[in-house]
Design a protein around this ligand. Structure first.
Ligand SMILES: [Zn+2]
Length: 91
């Protein structure tokens, strides 16, 4: 299974997937910085995890990137965000 793992957040950058200028970038393990909309397209739908179309949606992706960047592992654990919360199966 090919995984997309969110490892951080970056502001005012360029999408390494489509080359578009970004206000919010999501750092993805091994793939550089990706826009939340591109990231959302790259993940496989999982209807048990997300309602509707089974995708997390760009705003959730951005929120996860910010949590990963700015919060400690300790804080994330206390809030219930374990490592799998930042992992997605690639489409
Ligand atoms: Zn892009």
């Amino acid at each position: 299974m090919n995984k997309l793992v969110i490892i951080g957040y970056e502001q005012e950058c360029t999408c390494d997937h489509c080359g578009r200028a970004l206000v919010h970038g999501v750092r993805v393990a091994g793939l550089g910085t990706i826009g939340a909309d591109c990231f959302n397209k790259m993940v496989k739908a999982n209807r048990r995890r997300f309602s509707g179309n089974g995708k997390p949606g760009a705003s959730t992706v951005r929120d996860l990137a910010k949590l990963r960047e700015f919060r400690s592992d300790d804080y994330l654990g206390r809030m219930g965000y374990y490592s799998h919360a930042f992992e997605f199966e690639a489409a």
